[in-house]
Design a protein around this ligand. Structure first.
Ligand SMILES: [Ca+2]
Length: 270
């Protein structure tokens, strides 16, 4: 190889490194500057608990209610629910979910300012056609502990994805049309200022396939985000599939599978 070729290859390599470094810097800036990462669940080691002690994995009993799949450089987690089969139920409802309720870094307290980021892939998802049952599937929740209803969740609804806070009566579409994105990774970001008075906020952004950055989708400011109905002093995250109100009798899709990866909790209070 001629020296000049070597040199230009080296230069190209350096340029690539610089590009990667500036991308990383841009990404870090976008991630909130000095934000500290509290918890990362990336399934790199190919285990259902991603190597995190006390991460709650599915309580559903079916062998394939949750499993790890190859994804990108490592792995992601799948949750599966088949309606009408008790192997895919827990607490009497069709669901299969992982949760941070017993992970100290994954717990939520009043006063926290957190950023939640996570990737979702709707696996071979049967999309909605007019006349189909329009009951939704919950794919990510910020929950109060103690049997309380969620503070917020994201759910598929017909061919969209909606953000909801059921107790506050908030609902907005954050992905208009999922059909181009079935079997592709969508990334979500939810910033929450956790308060038990009306000074909190929810701020939702998305990064859809082909997009280089996050797009703000909806903000709710000056809301009470920590609002359990039963006494509790903490909250936590849940991801997977929860299919409340769905049944074969209603004609809902019998089996759904969703993948999640790179779930991150960042501290924005610093
Ligand atoms: Ca991964």
């Amino acid at each position: 190889m001629k020296r000049t070729t070597k040199r230009s290859l080296a230069a190209a390599g350096l340029a690539g490194l610089l590009a990667a470094a500036s991308l990383a810097t841009a990404e870090a800036g976008q991630d909130g500057g000095g934000a500290t990462t509290l918890l990362t669940v990336d399934y790199q080691n190919g285990r259902l608990d991603s190597g995190i002690p006390k991460l709650t994995t599915t309580h559903a009993k079916a062998d394939d209610a949750s499993y790890v799949v190859d994804s990108g450089p490592d792995h992601a987690v799948a949750h599966k629910v088949t309606l009408g089969d008790s192997g895919y139920e827990s607490d009497g409802a069709p669901r299969s979910e992982s949760a941070t309720n017993d992970v100290p870094e994954g717990r939520i307290h009043v006063g926290d300012e957190h950023r939640y980021e996570f990737s979702v892939l709707l696996k071979d998802w049967k999309t909605y056609e007019p006349g189909d049952s329009d009951t939704g599937d919950i794919i990510f929740q910020g929950k109060h502990a103690g049997g309380n209803r969620p503070s917020f969740y994201l759910m598929t609804k017909r061919n969209s994805i909606a953000f909801r806070s059921p107790l506050l009566g908030l609902q907005s579409t954050v992905v208009d049309d999922i059909r181009p994105y079935v079997n592709r990774w969508m990334r979500f970001r939810v910033d929450v200022k956790w308060t038990d008075d009306s000074t909190g906020h929810y701020r939702i952004s998305t990064r859809l396939p082909g997009e280089s950055g996050f797009t703000p989708r909806r903000s709710y400011d000056d809301v009470r985000t920590f609002h359990p109905e039963n006494p509790t002093d903490f909250g936590y995250l849940k991801w997977g599939l929860y299919r409340p109100d769905e049944s074969l009798e209603k004609g809902d899709v019998p089996t759904r599978v969703v993948l999640h990866d790179d779930i991150r909790i960042l501290d924005l209070s610093g």
